[in-house]
Design a binder for this molecule. Structure first.
Ligand SMILES: [Zn+2]
Ligand SMILES: [Zn+2]
Length: 175
């Protein structure tokens, strides 16, 4: 079976692993895009909610979990949310190695023939190969955590926990 990215709710960003995490369509089938909290019977549970309101909620949780100053957490939540289909108007792919959103053409890595990779970013993947083929998930977390800590004003060990959690949802790091 092809390794695929864990589905995240395209409204709130929650990872959806089990059937009961998924919302439902009007015919009772599972939604492919939205979680059970956001989407029921083919409709958003909170149709009036804005991305800012959503970022406030998500930011408050992240702030508590990972010791991020509240305003930084809200800003970060807002950046994450803006890549989701409900708010961006289209589904934006994430690099399956580092999680960077692949928004513009130049964000995508390249295959051996020079065509664009559909899965990885330019920093992780060039000419059909990983730029750091021997990198382990733990090393990747060590590499990204200080940047994340600096960006969000949080302790490095909390950043590492957050990055680890995030990377483990990406196909490159799944067994
Ligand atoms: Zn959701
Ligand atoms: Zn990448």
């Amino acid at each position: 079976m092809e390794k695929t990215a864990m589905k995240t709710c395209q409204s709130c960003g929650m990872p959806m692993a089990k059937d009961e995490d998924f919302g439902t369509e009007s015919d009772g089938s599972f939604s492919k895009e939205y979680c059970t909290y956001c989407y029921q019977k083919g409709e958003f549970t909170e149709p009036e909610i804005t991305i800012d309101m959503m970022a406030e909620k998500g930011g408050a949780i992240m702030s508590q979990m990972y010791d991020i100053p509240p305003e930084k957490a809200v800003e970060f939540a807002s950046e994450q949310l803006s890549c989701l289909k409900r708010w961006a108007g289209r589904e934006i792919k994430m690099c399956e190695s580092c999680g960077m959103p692949l928004v513009n053409d130049e964000d995508f890595g390249t295959e051996a023939g020079g065509s664009k990779s559909s899965r990885y970013c330019i920093h992780c993947y060039m000419d059909g190969a990983f730029t750091e083929p021997d990198l382990t998930m733990d090393e990747a977390a060590d590499k990204y955590a200080p940047m994340m800590a600096e960006h969000l004003g949080m302790p490095v060990e909390k950043a590492k926990a957050m990055v680890n959690q995030y990377l483990s949802s990406l196909p490159r790091w799944q067994d």
